[in-house]
Design a protein around this ligand. Structure first.
Ligand code: C5P
Length: 396
């Protein structure tokens, strides 16, 4: 089950070079099980052909306000009825100006004005056009009108300039659409999350780490963000891209992770410790590369601070959630860990199934007992975990 399965999306394209990204977006939407209806402006048809969009969406493409093939000849009303959302990507400066003014001189702008469903727009334009006070005035108006604005991003532009105005990539817009449909269960909450492994230096080039990929922690961060929370992600070394729309602090050792978390915990309503924090670190890490000797070598270890335990023991502790990765006796170890760390909720998984994989299986332990979540992609489990947290959070 994906978040967009069965959703009906009207994807509108206005004229801009970023129109090619709408082709990939259409694929992502249809692969996720959404029903996609494409509407293009005349200018959009100059950048990418309706044939391409028809092939990818599996539906006839409309661009004419006077389309006799629509039974009641009211394409401007019919096409958006029953839709879950209209998404305009790319949304050109001209199209956004029209939206802000309520103009409707072609099919797409008329559909937007006559809609009953939410409207999301992904601006795409040259940086001067984006920065122009007229465009900024229009954007302010669109926000006030309750239109969701996706992006834009900053970076290389097709015109050769570099700056703000580039349309988000197709996968980013797809993620934003998924996020849009999530219930805002953590609206207004501040959530602090640790994720990934830690790296404990032995000398300047060696260290002790573990095989945690960070995927589960990042999925939890994304699910919390999509649920409306303000998220801070303290991440150990991972190969994962920084998720959009949250603060990410990169750390390496458990001590750095501890310091970063402690510096931010006072403001947090919820703390979720997903990181696989090393329990020990080498004593006296050497400030140079260790030389090979002839005999055995002994590495002395000392305990790391327990981030979750310390935060849970605070006088004004946030709602604390722990993770436990075990290789055996999952239930017994996990529940004992929850009691020892004094956290209201602990999510347990089998390390051999969880580390590095895209799927996972979680069992949640709280005061009411054991709640098993079926095996699923990590993002789906993360959304279920967020929903469980939202249920347990003290009501103000
Ligand atoms: O102590 P143990 O590793 O068994 O417990 C796992 C849980 O505790 C996870 O939520 C992990 O993020 C957290 N933890 C921590 N600091 C440590 C060790 C574990 O926050 N030093």
């Amino acid at each position: 089950m994906t978040d967009l399965k069965g959703k009906r999306i009207l994807l509108g394209l206005s004229g801009g070079i970023a129109a090619y990204k709408a082709a990939e977006l259409t694929r992502l939407l249809t692969q996720a099980g959404a029903e996609v209806q494409i509407v293009m402006t005349a200018a959009a048809c100059r950048f990418i052909t309706p044939v391409t969009m028809q092939a990818l969406s599996g539906n006839p493409v409309h661009s004419d306000l006077w389309d006799a093939s629509v039974p009641n000849n009211m394409a401007h009303i019919e096409l958006s009825r029953g839709c879950d959302a209209i998404v305009v990507a790319p949304a050109s400066a001209d199209f956004l100006a029209k939206l802000a003014q309520g103009l409707c001189d072609d099919l797409l702008s008329t559909l937007c004005l006559a809609r009953e469903c939410p409207l999301l727009v992904a601006p795409a334009m040259n940086l001067q056009m984006w920065g122009n006070p007229a465009t900024q005035r229009n954007m302010k108006q669109l926000r006030e009108d309750g239109i969701a604005i996706l992006g834009p991003a900053s970076g290389d532009q097709a015109c050769g300039e570099v700056g703000m105005g580039r349309m988000l990539e197709a996968d980013e817009i797809f993620e934003e659409i998924e996020a849009f449909f999530q219930p805002k269960l953590l609206a207004g909450k501040r959530v602090l999350i640790t994720a990934g492994p830690t790296f404990e230096p032995i000398d300047t080039v060696r260290g002790i780490t573990n095989t945690s990929s960070g995927k589960m922690g990042y999925a939890v961060a994304r699910a919390a963000r999509d649920a409306g929370a303000v998220v801070t992600l303290v991440s150990g070394p991972t190969a994962l891209a920084a998720p959009r729309g949250m603060e990410r602090i990169d750390v390496s050792s458990a001590q750095e992770m501890y310091d970063a978390a402690m510096a931010r915990v006072a403001k947090a309503d919820v703390f979720i410790g997903v990181a696989a924090v090393a329990d020990y670190r080498p004593k006296n890490a050497k400030p140079h590369k260790l030389k090979k000797g002839t005999g055995d070598m002994t590495l002395q270890l000392q305990p790391n601070p327990d981030i979750l335990g310390t935060i849970a023991a605070r006088r004004k502790a946030p709602f604390c959630v722990g993770f436990a990765a075990e290789t055996e006796n999952l239930d017994a170890y996990a529940d004992a860990k929850r009691r020892r760390k004094k956290v209201p909720l602990l999510a347990a998984n089998l390390a051999q199934h969880a580390f590095g994989a895209d799927d996972n299986q979680l069992i949640l332990f709280d005061d009411k007992g054991r709640h098993e979540l079926a095996r699923a992609p990590k993002l789906e489990l993360a959304r279920a975990l967020v929903a469980h947290i939202a249920k347990l959070l003290p009501k103000k």
